[in-house]
Design a protein around this ligand. Structure first.
Ligand code: 13P
Length: 257
């Protein structure tokens, strides 16, 4: 089964107004696609609207994604942003369960599941992030952690909704560290996640059509070897997504595969 490559840029809490707009402008012009690919960029909340305007004016196919949201539709949730507010400014993709939200902000699996269900209910696309810490990897728990986070995250999701779900395997120890999973390690983890979705949650057809991105110090120099793995379908990129030529080169690597 051939799956359309998917590349996401997670800008995290980086770039102020003009920098965000300049990067969006540049990405719209340099992220030329020689073949089919889905591309999404996720700026900070403040700049979603203006980055969306830049992409729309440039006629870019790059989608607008949000790094977070709250699962409730409205109400007394000081500081939070709802899915319909995101929809208002053109967001169609949301990240859920990013390791920084799990480990720095303390989001539990129950909240991650609530967010996944709410986003799918709101017709958003979901990129559900999973991945083990270094201690967990050393203890031989990589697959168990990925299965647990995938299973909790997707509890209650219907087969129909799975067409709008992408998993991002982001080993915590590789995020922002310059340490990248080897192509073999990434393949093993992706294959195990796909098998779990097939045998533990849904069926072969859903598992085979579901895309699994790799995230964790992805860059132009390693993207080619990683995307060559049969179960690696794209990238969720942090640091390298802040440099338009690097991000474009990662997208290009998925096209050459
Ligand atoms: P880096 O590419 O900076 O390691 O970040 C990966 C990531 O967390 C993307 O969501």
């Amino acid at each position: 089964m051939s799956r359309t490559p998917y590349v996401g840029g997670n800008w995290k809490m980086n770039l102020h107004g003009d920098e965000a707009l300049a990067l969006a402008q540049s990405l719209a012009s340099v992220t030329a696609m020689s073949g089919p690919a889905d591309v999404v960029i996720c700026p900070a909340f403040m700049y979603l609207s203006s980055v969306g305007d830049v992409l729309a004016k440039a006629g870019s196919l790059i989608k607008l994604g949000a790094q977070d949201f709250y699962a409730q539709p409205n109400g007394a949730f000081t500081g939070e942003v709802s899915l319909s507010m995101l929809r208002d400014v053109g967001v169609s993709v949301v990240l859920v369960g990013h390791s920084e939200r799990r480990h720095v902000l303390g989001e539990p699996d129950t909240l991650i599941n609530e967010k996944t269900l709410a986003a799918l209910e709101a017709d958003m696309e979901v990129i559900l992030c999973v991945g083990e810490t270094l201690e967990q990897r050393k203890a031989g728990k990589t697959d168990a952690i990925n299965w647990g986070q995938t299973g909790y995250g997707l509890a209650g999701v219907t087969a129909d909704q799975m067409t709008r779900v992408t998993i991002a395997y982001e080993p915590v120890w590789a995020i922002g560290t310059g340490m990248t999973a080897t192509p073999g390690d990434a393949q093993n983890a992706h294959q195990a996640i796909r098998a779990f979705v097939q045998f533990g949650l849904f069926n072969e057809s859903i598992a085979q059509s579901m895309r699994i991105m790799y995230g964790g110090s992805a860059k132009p120099a390693n993207a080619g070897d990683l995307i060559a793995q049969p179960d690696v379908d794209g990238f969720l990129v942090g640091g390298a997504s802040l440099v338009s030529d690097d991000f474009a080169a990662i997208v290009a690597a998925t096209q050459e595969n």
